[in-house]
Each structure stands twice: as C-alpha cells, then as structure tokens.
Design a protein around this ligand. Structure first.
Ligand SMILES: Cc1cc2nc3c(=O)[nH]c(=O)nc-3n(C[C@H](O)[C@H](O)[C@H](O)COP(=O)(O)OP(=O)(O)OC[C@H]3O[C@@H](n4cnc5c(N)ncnc54)[C@H](O)[C@@H]3O)c2cc1C
Ligand SMILES: NC(=O)c1ccc[n+]([C@@H]2O[C@H](COP(=O)([O-])OP(=O)(O)OC[C@H]3O[C@@H](n4cnc5c(N)ncnc54)[C@H](O)[C@@H]3O)[C@@H](O)[C@H]2O)c1
Length: 468
C-alpha cells in the first residue's frame, strides 16, 4: 500500500454529513486550509440514504394512493400499478443531482481538499485515511470536526445471519415489489417505509417490540397513527418480538411472540428498522482522547466540544435528536463560536420534526407526558381533522391536532399536528412559540379562508365557550 506524505491543515472534517458540508465551505471560504474525509458519498445520509430518497419515494406512493381514490373526488379510479424500476429511477435521479451538486461545489472550492476514504485517528488531531484508491494518507490539523453520523442497528436475532434482510438503504434499491414485507421496528423508518410499500402494493406487517408505534409520542397520538396505518391495510403487532427468522424459497419465515401467543409469519422480504448506532467503532477514538458514552455516542458539552482539545462532534454521532436540521444547527453553533466571534450553545434550542407518513405528523415542543413530568400546569386543545374545512374540501380528514398551553402564561408548550400538511402546521405553531405569543393571538388572528392555518383559530374555540 502506498502511503502519501503527511499533510497539515487548519481544519479536518471527518464525514460529509449535514454539519460537515456547510462547515467545510465556511472554513475554506474564510481562508483556512481545510480537508474533508468521506468514505462513501459526499452529502451524507440525508441526501444519499435518508431524507431525500425517502421523501421522493413517499411522494410516488402518495400519488399512487391518490390515483386509486378517484371515487372520492368524482373521477374513475385506476389501479395505479407501480413500477418499482421507475420509482427507483426517479429516486436515483433526485439523489444523484443533489450529490453532484456537492461534488461540483467542493471540487472547485479554493482551500478545500476532498479525501474519499475511511478516516480514523492515529493520534490527537492526526488522522489516517484509507483512501478508496487503495493508498493511505496521514493528515493533521489544529481543529478536527467529527460528523460521521449513524447506521442501521442490527438486532441480535436467531437466524438473521442466514436470512437475507433489507435496511433503510437497500430497500430503496429494490426493482421489484415485495409481495409481503415484514418490518422489525415501529419508529420513523418502520412507519414511513411501511405505509410507502403498502401504497406501492405490498402486504405489510410491522412487528414492534414497544407498546405503541413512535414511542416518543403521546399514546393518543400514536393510537391515531396506528388507526390510520391499519385503515391503509397494514398489520401492526405491538409488544411483539421476532424470536427467530429463517430463509425459505419464497423469502423468509419469522417466529414472533405476540401478546396473543406465538405466530409464524411468512414474508417475501424483511426490513430491519430497529434504530441506529453511531459510526464511532472504526474511528479509534482512544488515540484521540475522545470520550464516548456506553452506547458509543461521542460526549460533548453544549458548545459541541469533545473531551479532546480542538476536537468537536456534530450531528447524529453525538447522540440526542437525530435530524438533518439539528445537525445543520450544530454547524451554525461551531461556525458562530469559531469563525464569527459569537457564543452559541445547544442549550434550550427547539427540536421540531415531522414523520413523513401521510397524513404527516408534525411535532414541536413538549408532549403531554413531558409537560406533566416537568410539573407544568397546562390545558390541552384538541380537534379532529374532520372539523377542518380545508381537510373536508380536499378529502383528507384523517388525523388530529393537539396543542398544549401553559395555564398561567397562556403560552404554547408544544403541539402534535397529525394532518395532511402536519409538518407545515407544526412550523406555524413553532413560529408562535418563538415569538412568545399567547394562544389568544392564534385564536384571534385573521388567517385566510380556507387554509390549514385557520384551524389555529378554531382549535381554541371550545375554550372560549367554556369561559363565556
Ligand atoms: C431512512 C432515513 C430517513 C430520514 N429522514 C429524515 C427526515 O425526513 N428529516 C430529518 O431531519 N432527518 C431524517 N433522517 C435523519 C438524517 O438523515 C440525519 O439526522 C442527518 O443525515 C444528519 O446526519 P449527520 O450530519 O450526523 O451525518 P450523516 O448525514 O449521517 O453523514 C455522515 C457521513 O460520514 C461518513 N462517514 C462515517 N464514518 C466515516 C469515516 N470513518 N470516514 C469517512 N467518512 C465517514 C458517512 O459515509 C456519511 O456520509 C433520516 C434518516 C434515515 C436513515
Ligand atoms: N422523518 C424523519 O425525520 C425521520 C425519518 C426516518 C428516520 N429518522 C431518524 O432516524 C432515526 C432512526 O429511525 P428508526 O425508525 O430506525 O429508529 P427509532 O429509534 O425511531 O425506532 C426504532 C423502534 O424499533 C423498536 N425495536 C427495537 N428493537 C426491536 C426488535 N428487535 N424488534 C422489534 N422492534 C424493535 C423500538 O421499540 C423502536 O420503537 C430516528 O430516530 C430519526 O432520528 C427521521
């Protein structure tokens, strides 16, 4: 193996994730000699294997679903047979264009060196890169930023080693529709892919070990989510564990322990969606003096500094909420503190997120359970989507809105918006929270009719009746 001479930089970014990419640009543009190391594809998980491809395929699935609902709108419904090769081609085209955008921007950027290969620490702030061309390079820098993200967790399951299975990435490369997709897990990935493949035409069974889907959510919201997916024809087994899987000529069988007794399920494909693990096991972090917690996540303070001087960790690899916009905000914090003379931290930042099932579940702030645990005194406003004019007009009446309001300050503590544009609805509530508005500002605001926003008037009307 050829070893290239050691090179010294001002900054090294390990992993081309959602924080690393903008940080690489900002550092290079500020005149600092910067290197970015990436083992697979520039752009990271979000662009290549996460948000972009999944939301592209969710859109294909929704279009097929709508086409079959012609009768609800007054036209002849069609079968909308899905061609997985074409769905995949559309997904690939959108992913490729985002990836190419990064490749193009980085290849011509002054002060930036892109090293395609696997990086690991050789010493504090010194990295060894196994380049994809087979050679090796050692580089060092004043500052190192770790942004290596996470990958699918593979659960210890009897027979899994011998049984072919899919993860969030390989499932999007299928060119044929699974006849019966069995999904292990009941979080974001299980819900989004489960509904997507049901709408493409697969039979889908979700095996979730927890007592509800989407375990971070309040039980009433998770129950609504479950009802919607069940209505779509997905079989959901809660508090259930696969104890063994076996390959068969048609796919696999899974032995599952359910609350109503053991079951053996025949499937054509298996998707493992039981959570994520951090990409830290190959970083040789001990050589750098970077501490991790018991699950391998890098420990950081609220300025994203690790236990090693000059080494930072950003994005999913540091644990906590694993979303693109959080990783991007990590970039903002580091940039503000290192380049702009600012003083930003992660303390108290808002963590919105949207589950891209259809209807979407948009979330911001506290859940009811979290508000109770925090000892808040609060009221709950709740309204089903059947009461929303916009929802009835476009025949999208599934879901519910739930907003928590502090009883003393009248400010909003949190919201769960399960509805057609639930992500956008939650963002509206978030903006009200950012502005410190009381709920009456929303209740009494003039919103255009008929918009989803208008329901921010109506959801509080029941309370007006109470006080009248
Ligand atoms: C299926 C799926 C759907 C998702 N959908 C959403 C969504 O809709 N909205 C949302 O906000 N979030 C979503 N997420 C989460 C989101 O993708 C991540 O939170 C986001 O990508 C942030 O990741 P990051 O910045 O930590 O690094 P990543 O984007 O994970 O990038 C890390 C990069 O580091 C590279 N790397 C790892 N180890 C090394 C090494 N040793 N040397 C060199 N390179 C290395 C990896 O190849 C990768 O490219 C989704 C995730 C998945 C899996
Ligand atoms: N729309 C979005 O923002 C979006 C979409 C997809 C993924 N993501 C990110 O990716 C992360 C990973 O998603 P995920 O769905 O893999 O994980 P998750 O942690 O959200 O859910 C995993 C679920 O699997 C269950 N589980 C664990 N072991 C199991 C087993 N052996 N059998 C059956 N069930 C088991 C758990 O009880 C849990 O409910 C999310 O936390 C999120 O941050 C975000």
């Amino acid at each position: 193996m050829s070893v290239k001479a050691t090179d010294h930089f001002d900054a090294i970014i390990l992993g081309s994730g959602q924080a690393g990419n903008p940080l690489a640009s900002a550092l290079a543009k500020s005149g600092r000699r910067t290197a970015i190391i990436e083992s697979k594809h520039l752009g990271g998980t979000c662009i290549n294997e996460g948000c972009t491809p999944t939301k592209t395929m969710v859109a294909s699935a929704r279009a097929a679903w709508l086409a079959r609902r012609g009768a609800d709108y007054g036209f002849s419904a069609c079968e909308a047979a899905v061609n997985m090769e074409q769905v995949r081609a559309r997904k690939r085209q959108i992913v490729d264009s985002s990836r190419e955008h990064h490749e193009k921007a980085f290849s011509s950027m002054e002060n930036l060196t892109v090293l395609m290969g696997l990086g690991s620490f050789a010493a504090p702030r010194q990295l060894r890169v196994e380049l994809n061309d087979g050679s090796q390079q050692v580089i060092s820098a004043e500052h190192v930023f770790i942004n290596t993200g996470c990958r699918s967790a593979i659960p210890p399951l009897n027979g899994l080693d011998e049984t072919p299975f899919l993860d969030n990435n390989s499932i999007m490369e299928l060119d044929r529709l699974p006849e019966h997709l069995i999904i292990l897990g009941g979080g974001y990935i299980a819900v989004e892919f489960g509904q997507m493949f049901r709408r493409f035409g697969s039979r889908v069974t979700i095996v979730q070990s927890g007592r509800q889907l989407l375990e971070r959510e309040d039980p009433d919201i998770a129950e609504e989510v479950q009802q919607i997916l069940t209505q779509d024809g997905i079989e959901i087994l809660l508090s259930s564990m696969a104890s063994r899987v076996r390959p068969t000529s048609g796919g696999l069988t899974a032995d599952v322990k359910t609350p109503s007794g053991p079951r053996t399920i025949q499937g054509s494909h298996l998707l493992v969606a039981t959570g994520r693990v951090p990409n830290t096991d190959r970083l040789n972090l001990t050589a750098a003096g970077v501490a991790t917690d018991s699950r391998g996540y890098i420990e950081v303070n609220d300025r994203l500094e690790t236990s090693a001087p000059g080494v930072y960790a950003l994005g999913d690899v540091k644990g906590g909420p694993a979303f693109t916009h959080i990783s991007y905000d990590d970039y903002r914090i580091v940039k503000a503190n290192l380049l702009d003379g600012g003083s930003r931290t992660t303390t108290g930042r808002m963590v919105p997120y949207t589950v891209y099932m259809d209807p979407q579940l948009g979330r911001i702030g506290l859940t009811e359970a979290e508000a109770r645990e925090a000892g808040n005194s609060f009221r709950i406003a709740k309204m089903p989507m059947t009461s929303v004019a916009r929802a009835r007009e476009i025949a999208e009446i599934r879901g519910v809105m739930k907003i928590l309001v502090d009883s003393t300050t009248e400010k909003i503590l949190g919201a769960a918006m399960l509805g057609s544009e639930g992500g956008e609805m939650a963002a509206m509530v978030q903006i009200a929270m950012m502005g410190g508005l009381g709920f009456t500002a929303l209740r009494d605001a003039i919103f255009a009719h008929p918009t989803w926003a208008e329901s921010l008037n109506n959801i509080f009307f029941a309370w007006a009746d109470e006080s009248a």
